[in-house]
Write a protein of this length. Structure first.
Length: 311
């Protein structure tokens, strides 16, 4: 009986040791999984998207784009008809040239009076010399002096009048110059370009259609420089800051992931509820902070794909 009891006791101890070992392993795995989950966030890939609109009215004479086409920023891809703008600009230029012909030639118009003043001053000197030898009367001296002053006053008045006329013509011509510059600006804006390089996501108008200021032409996205918008809890953010590097896994389905290097570019200063299509380590109702992580796309990541952040 003692041997049987001893055998049973050993078997019980062995079973307890095995159970304790399994429990320890489960606790360790659970702790590992919880720690990994606490340093993981989920999100979707986004890009800088721009809707390009027309800035002038007219027919789209050329509009060389298609959805899916890659466009270089600043390169002309279309042209709105500029004939009316060109004609209006030409008319303004001729109007300005005609106006300038009415600007007085101050030097020529003052030349006659200046010549009269020179002669009057010479006569005054002659009268003064005669007066000194009593060969001229005081009245003659006064008349000669008055004649010089009258001519000088006329010259001053003429100069003032000519300056006013010149200023008026110059002001009107400046207005015409501004109108020409405005027309030229519209002509320049009739050349359609994209502010960024990227892929055309949508085309809203076709060549030959009428367009107008503010009317959308196409939408483009910078697919070379993407963002993963993820949502992190307060506890996840405590060790992260702007410009920190993290690892991003792009989800290609069927548990097929590709790792990319990312950099935290923006962290929301205000918390909010987690979007329904985003999963986090905490519950859906948890308040989280949106984070944008910049990555360089190798051409495989598409908009809307899911991604995982590991930090």
């Amino acid at each position: 009986m003692d041997m049987k009891n001893n055998f049973k006791y050993k078997q019980i101890n062995k079973g307890l040791s095995l159970c304790f070992g399994m429990l320890t392993l489960i606790i360790a795995l659970t702790s590992c999984n919880n720690n990994e989950a606490s340093r993981t966030a989920y999100g979707q890939f986004e890009a800088t998207e721009v809707i390009v609109s027309a800035q002038t009215s007219g027919i789209l004479n050329t509009f060389d784009i298609d959805e899916g086409m890659e466009i270089e920023g600043g390169k002309v891809i279309g042209l709105v008809d500029t004939l009316q703008l060109y004609l209006e600009k030409a008319a303004l230029i001729k109007q300005g040239a005609s106006l300038l012909t009415t600007r007085p030639e101050i030097t020529k118009q003052m030349a006659s009076l200046k010549s009269q003043i020179v002669n009057a001053k010479k006569n005054l000197v002659r009268i003064q010399n005669l007066n000194q030898v009593e060969a001229a009367t005081p009245q003659q001296l006064d008349d000669a002096t008055t004649a010089v002053k009258v001519l000088e006053n006329k010259l001053t008045a003429l100069r003032s009048s000519l300056d006013i006329t010149t200023s008026h013509v110059n002001a009107e011509n400046s207005v015409i110059d501004l109108k020409v510059a405005k027309i030229q600006d519209l002509i320049n804006k009739s050349c359609l370009t994209s502010p960024i390089s990227g892929i055309v996501l949508a085309q809203y108008q076709e060549e030959g259609e009428w367009t107008a200021p503010g009317k959308p032409l196409f939408k483009i996205a910078d697919m070379d420089h993407l963002y993963l918008r993820a949502y992190l809890t307060t506890s996840q953010l405590k060790d992260l800051k702007l410009n920190d590097e993290v690892t991003i896994q792009a989800d290609y389905g069927n548990e097929d992931y590709v790792d990319y290097k990312g950099r935290i570019e923006w962290i929301s200063t205000k918390n909010g509820f987690t979007p329904k299509n985003i999963q986090t380590a905490d519950s859906q109702a948890s308040l989280v902070y949106a984070v944008k992580i910049a990555i360089e796309n190798d051409g495989r990541i598409k908009l809307g794909m899911s991604g995982i952040v590991k930090f």
